[in-house]
Write a protein that binds this ligand. Structure first.
Ligand code: GDP
Length: 445
């Protein structure tokens, strides 16, 4: 079910966001979960395996890039790979119906929504493309099916081939072709008989019809709710009759996204349309983005990832604040501050927001500091060792030279940074001594 997959992935990515950048182990753990989730969503094992491998190849390349949002990075890769696998080469809605009259053969199991889809598609061709369409039912086993198509035809204003009792399917197909030619139709649609299961008789019959009319499109209609079964049906039809595309019905229900994914991967045939209800206009062209989003529960995850990140930032900031007022403001804290400043629209904006920093903000403004400067300062801190970051007072001349050289800057740049750190650190200590109430008052001045 969609829910399971998206929930499961949410959990995985939630855990991912609690950590720093993407490590290979992170990606592996996440992908194990992705695979299980895909299997639960009724994606077949080989397809899930291949899919996960694709994502891994993509992700491993990016694992080195330090990302502020590793969860999003993986979500994006999984999403893009899904879209990639689902997308066919051609525009799914563009049916080959030039050279009138163009035959469209509709095949599938009984109850898959074949007759309904025939009507929906005829309506679409008539209204959206201005085509003159003829529909014919070849279901000689169930007279009710023939009547059903005739009723639909009346409802949507599309002609149906008159019913002649006792005719064989292949003969009805030939009659439809004749009538379509004589009547100047652009398209004639043949709604073949379905069975509960695939059998020889059904396949032979469809083959005969195919040979008689040489269809431009053979669309397989499958019930999207049947998951893996739908994929097996598609494989059979592709092997025996050859199909040009798939219509997934009942995608309005809480269907499994897995069917769509497996279908595409196993048969190599594009999904052309999706059925989204019983009404005659509940048919849409297949959009990989939308299905991928549905499979992933994309919106949810992205929101979740963002929330997790927010919480993480708040926690970090609180911890830093506590240390700062105790006079333990070190280079790691400063680096985090600088990074946040970039995120929050530069130094001025940030300084302006901090209590007691109004004057400094002005200095910053005068000195013309911008993101570039902030990034250079971050680079300086990155050139420091862990110990140096924790204890900036260790920084004597030789260390300073090394750090400046390591980040491609001058010692004077480093001195400026250290001065700034001292000033900030003093300010924090003062504020800490003042206590909360006074700090607020000071901030109001
Ligand atoms: P056929 O035996 O393959 O021709 O199946 P039908 O066209 O008679 O459809 C069987 C049932 O499924 C009917 O009640 C349809 O209204 C319903 N149905 C077909 N397509 C859809 C769909 O996309 N969504 C929903 N919810 N119901 C559908």
């Amino acid at each position: 079910m969609f829910e399971n997959l998206s929930e499961r992935l949410s959990g995985v990515f939630d855990r991912l966001t609690k950590q720093g950048a993407l490590s290979e182990e992170d990606v592996k753990t996440a992908l194990r979960e992705v695979r299980v989730a895909l299997l639960e969503a009724d994606v077949s094992l080989p397809v899930a395996r291949e899919f996960v491998k694709k994502v891994q190849d993509q992700a491993t390349g990016q694992a080195v890039t330090k990302s502020i949002t590793p969860g999003q990075q993986v979500v994006k890769i999984v999403h893009d790979t899904l879209v990639d696998v689902l997308r066919g080469e051609q525009d799914p809605g563009a049916l080959k119906i030039d050279n009138p009259p163009a035959p469209i053969l509709m095949v599938g199991l009984q109850g898959s929504g074949k007759t309904t889809t025939t009507g929906k598609l005829a309506k679409r061709l008539k209204e959206k493309e201005g085509k003159k369409v003829l529909m014919a039912s070849l279901d000689v086993y169930r007279p009710a099916a023939m009547d059903q198509l005739a009723v639909l035809g009346t409802q949507i204003g599309v002609d149906t081939l008159p019913i002649v009792p006792g005719q064989k399917p292949v003969d009805i197909a030939k009659r439809a072709k004749q009538q379509a030619t004589l009547g100047g139709y652009d398209v004639y649609m043949l709604d073949t008989a379905g069975r509960l299961h695939i059998d020889e008789v059904l396949m032979n019959e469809v083959e005969q019809v195919r040979n008689a009319v040489d269809p431009r499109e053979t669309l397989l209609v499958v019930d999207g709710l049947t998951g893996q079964v739908a994929v097996e049906v598609a494989e059979e039809f592709e092997a025996k009759v050859g199909i040009s595309g798939v219509v997934l019905t009942r995608m309005d229900g809480d269907g499994r996204g897995g069917a769509a994914l497996s279908m595409r991967a196993v048969t190599g045939k594009p999904i052309r349309f999706v059925g989204l209800g019983e009404k005659m206009d509940a048919l849409e062209t297949f959009e990989p983005d939308r299905i991928a989003g549905r499979i992933l529960g994309m919106g949810d995850i992205v929101a979740l990832v963002e929330k997790a990140q927010e919480t993480m930032e708040i926690e970090q900031t609180e911890r830093m604040m506590k240390r700062m007022v105790k006079g333990q403001f070190n280079m790691n804290d400063l680096k985090m501050q600088l990074e946040q400043m970039i995120q929050m629209g530069g130094m001025q904006g940030m300084m302006g927001m901090m209590p007691g920093m109004g004057k400094m903000a002005k200095q910053v403004e005068e000195s013309g500091m911008d993101d570039k400067v902030l990034k250079r300062q971050i680079a300086l801190i990155q050139s420091m060792t862990k110990r140096e970051r924790a204890n900036p007072q260790l920084l004597q001349a030789s260390r300073k030279k090394r750090i400046a050289a390591g980040s491609g800057m001058e010692v004077s740049d480093l001195n400026k940074l250290l001065k700034m750190h001292r000033q900030m650190s003093d300010m924090m200590k003062k504020m800490g001594k003042m206590g909360k109430g006074k700090m607020l008052k000071q901030a109001m001045k």
